[in-house]
Design a protein around this ligand. Structure first.
Ligand SMILES: Cc1ncc(COP(=O)(O)O)c(C=O)c1O
Length: 419
């Protein structure tokens, strides 16, 4: 295994590769392969970017056909067939059946780009600069989104003050605190010192924050709070959208309609870069080119994105995620939690976190390293990275899912024995 060129020439900013020190060659479904011929089960899934599996064969066929026909590869935001077909498919197969009426914007192709667009739009519509976000949130690394992101190390890289955001304690932090009443007080109290926000930004399941699932009733109350106070509700579905939670949009379980929704990662179908910002039509106050960019709407990603939606529907991915989620919950509850009574489990659909904080935060990192040695790619999340985060591709076979969890069990057992 030769990693010298990376270590010598690639910036110190590189991160995930430090947890998985090998050189990968191939990936298929829920598996990765490296140069030395090792096979790994993938429970990281490109941080949620390959929900439909690595090199999904049905989507691949469409991509190859498009390439062989010399389809347009770059067109700025000009009209192309792949863009038309993606918009039509998204409108007819995703939005309409859910009773959702959104306009679609293609910002730059990453999650943070989608949030930057949402942020600018909300501020422009409401003519207010402040925004509410929740402690534990992760919304991206560019300056606007970074101001909404909470972890110290990410914020530390900004180099300038990150402003115009008020962080509200997430409901799990102080269960006795009514966060909705708290937000209302911030608005009503003329001595609160807090400016009325243009929007409330949230993930319905804080992923990087440690797999914190927000309750349905609380999400509904946030919706009502926004309605009552003329504030926009923005849901960041970058990581837990595209069926990860068991429904296409993560907010469906609360039966609410956010004003703005952001998506990236698996919306690109095949691990290709694509992001979208969805908003209610009356919010479309952009002037032409006001939020511009060269790589807005990757043509190949449009082909894959349409393919991803078709694949998702043909294979009942939403209900499959819910079924597989029960397998995960049962296995961890019966096989892993009993290893130490201080372990905790949180999650839904196919995003789960095992919390190690009560034993020692550093233990999660050790388990992650051990899992890699044992043939499983898995990452951490949460405060002090104390959570082992399970996020397999949604197409993972039941057998592979169980095999991966057996590796976690073995790795936790080995690391607990060292304490
Ligand atoms: C909820 C959420 N929002 C935004 C982002 C940023 O996406 P990107 O890394 O594509 O900029 C992420 C990335 O993990 C995320 O999890």
């Amino acid at each position: 295994m030769d990693t010298k060129v990376f270590e010598e020439y690639e910036s110190e900013v590189r991160s995930y590769c430090r947890h998985f020190p090998t050189v990968f060659t191939k990936a298929k479904g829920a598996y990765f392969y490296d140069e030395d011929g090792n096979e790994y089960i993938d429970f990281f899934c490109g941080a949620g970017a390959v929900n439909y599996g690595h090199n999904n064969p049905e989507i691949k066929k469409k991509l190859i056909e498009y390439l062989e026909n010399d389809g347009v590869m770059h067109a700025l935001d000009m009209y192309t067939v792949p863009k038309r077909e993606f918009i039509q498919t998204f409108e007819e197969k995703v939005l309409k059946p859910r009773g959702l009426n959104y306009k679609i914007q293609f910002p730059g192709p990453t999650g943070t780009n989608a949030n930057e667009a949402a942020l600018k739009l909300a501020r422009k519509v409401k003519k207010r600069r402040n925004v509410f976000a929740f402690m534990g949130a992760f919304h991206g690394m560019t300056l606007g989104s970074l101001a909404l992101t909470t972890d110290k190390s990410s914020r530390g890289g900004a180099g300038v003050p990150l402003e115009n955001v008020t962080f509200i304690p997430a409901p799990y932090m102080f269960p006795e605190l009514d966060t909705i009443a708290y937000m209302q007080k911030l608005l009503d109290d003329d001595h609160s010192g807090i400016e009325k926000p243009a929007a409330v930004f949230l993930e319905t399941i804080q992923a990087e924050g440690g797999i914190r699932v927000f309750e349905i009733e609380w999400l509904q109350k946030v919706r009502k709070f926004c309605d009552d106070n003329d504030i926009l509700m923005v849901v960041d579905d970058v990581q837990v959208g595209c069926c990860r939670s068991g429904t296409f949009f993560s907010f469906e379980r609360a039966n609410i309609q956010p004003d703005i929704v952001t998506m990236s990662k698996s919306i690109g179908g095949y691990g290709l870069p694509l992001a979208i910002t969805l908003f209610k039509p009356e919010l479309d106050v952009w002037t032409p080119g006001e939020h511009n960019g060269t790589f807005r709407g990757n043509q190949l990603a449009f082909v894959a994105a349409k393919g991803g939606i078709e694949y998702m529907l043909a294979n009942n991915i939403e209900s499959e995620v819910r079924r597989k989620g029960e397998i995960v919950k049962e296995f961890i509850t019966k096989e892993i939690l009993p290893l130490d009574e201080r372990l905790e489990l949180r999650g839904m659909g196919l995003i789960w976190g095992i919390e190690f904080e009560k034993i020692s935060a550093g233990l999660a990192d050790k388990v992650i390293e051990k899992c890699f040695e044992n043939g499983l790619i898995i990452e951490g999340a949460g405060r002090k990275n104390s959570v082992v985060k399970l996020m397999p591709p949604l197409v993972v076979e039941d057998e592979t899912l169980i095999k991966g969890m057996e590796i976690i069990k073995k790795s936790v057992t080995e690391e607990l024995a060292k304490l």
